[in-house]
Design a protein around this ligand. Structure first.
Ligand code: NAD
Ligand code: ZN
Length: 362
């Protein structure tokens, strides 16, 4: 069955659907019904294309929709101008028009690249997200942040651009490596922590089913994550306020990701260790209880995610954290937890407490 979450971003008059279900990539009518033209471009990568692209193209063809395949190299290292240009080259060579929708078939890297291409090609063309990683299904495909990396920082160039729809087929997760699946769980746990305590309880009960890739449980986790993200983004699309709560664990996490070199720690793994650091900082700020901090550690361990930060010099952590985009006027803003299910943003962290927290978490 298909679950649909409707999402109305404040910048758009129309809402768009997020379809979630097992095997729904076969229901191409969901896609065809929102195409302005019987022609699309499908952007994917060398890993995902052999698994899913041909089937999708054939199914579209059966509905009279022709498709231009654009297959990019795989990896975060390719989320850059050069790869973006490969998309533009292919769109132009194939005479794609204003009404030619662009479909992103892949994880967050493909989604971010394709979304940015769609936002800027001919000043904006219709865009559809078909996320194939758990992280992309619960996080990056929803909310309209698109972009690429710059040598001096992650996601430094981009645009807010909402898709026409999101189609999350949980059957695609069957081929996802275990490590990538667990990385997605870190972002799912985040929603429970920042605003949905009942979801956190549910995750504690169901983590083993998620790890076993039980499709009913996965669909429910994806749905509840998308509902949480859609509500946050609807309230604050351009991240002027509460959308920043989604960055729980990310200031520390980005320091870990950057400090270790991309690919050594997956984003979700770094966020998991970063979440423990944020919880420990919250405890030292006399916000969250010891009991809640232990529950956070426990659920991350259950999800087989790291809860100890990698050993790096303290100065390196501090330096990497000030590179984070969320730093304004030299002051780091941290997302902290009052309790499980309630996050706050704070900019008044004493350096001594921050140092102590980092040292204690390595
Ligand atoms: P990813 O896109 O690199 O995918 C991870 C790996 O899994 C890749 O090798 C990919 O080819 C492979 N893969 C994807 N689907 C597969 C499948 N079904 N079967 C087998 N292999 C598959 O990584 P990700 O974790 O999906 O996304 C990370 C990116 O998302 C980062 O660039 C991050 O900045 C971005 N992101 C964006 C947002 C946003 O709001 N736009 C939010 C969070 C993260
Ligand atoms: Zn994240």
């Amino acid at each position: 069955q298909t679950i649909t979450v409707d999402f109305t971003p404040s910048s758009e008059k129309r809402s768009y659907p997020i379809h979630i279900g097992y095997g729904i990539l076969q229901q191409v009518d969901l896609i065809v019904s929102c195409l302005p033209q019987k022609r699309v471009a499908v952007v994917s990568n060398t890993t995902i294309a052999p698994l899913y692209l041909n089937k999708l193209r054939i199914a579209l063809e059966e509905r009279g929709v022709s498709s231009v395949p654009i297959i990019l190299p795989d990896g975060e290292a390719h989320k850059n101008w050069e790869t973006l240009n490969l998309i533009f080259d292919a769109l132009l060579q194939n005479h794609c028009e204003r009404n030619t929708a662009i479909l992103a078939l892949g994880g967050g890297v493909i989604g971010d690249l394709t979304g940015f291409a769609a936002a800027t090609y001919l000043r904006g063309v219709p865009f559809i997200q078909i996320p194939t990683t758990l992280l992309a299904q619960v996080d990056s495909s929803v909310g309209g942040k698109t972009g690429i990396n710059h040598p001096s920082g992650k996601n430094m160039i981009g645009a807010f651009y909402q898709p026409r729809m999101v189609l999350a087929d949980s059957a695609t997760l069957n081929t996802l490596p275990d490590r990538e699946l667990r990385a997605g769980l870190a972002e799912i746990i985040k929603y429970g922590l920042i605003r949905d305590p009942a979801f956190f309880d549910w995750l504690e009960q169901n983590m083993h089913r998620l790890l076993a890739r039980d499709s009913v449980t996965l669909n429910e986790a994806i749905q509840r994550s998308c509902e949480n993200k859609a509500e946050i983004v609807a309230a604050d699309e351009k991240e002027k306020g509460i959308r920043a709560l989604l960055n729980l664990g990310h200031t520390f996490g980005h320091a870990i990701e950057n400090g270790m070199g991309y690919g050594v720690w997956l984003h979700g793994e770094a966020v998991a260790a970063g979440t423990v650091m944020a919880a420990e900082l919250s405890r030292r700020m006399k916000l969250i209880s010891d009991v809640d901090v232990q529950r956070i550690r426990k659920i991350l361990l259950q999800a087989e995610l790291p809860v100890v930060a990698p050993k790096m010099p303290l100065e390196k952590y501090m330096q990497l954290m000030t590179l984070d985009k969320k730093v304004e006027a030299g002051k780091s803003r941290f997302i902290l937890l009052n309790r499980i299910g309630e996050a706050v943003m704070r900019a008044d962290i004493a350096p001594a407490i921050l140092n102590e927290t980092i040292l204690a978490c390595m």
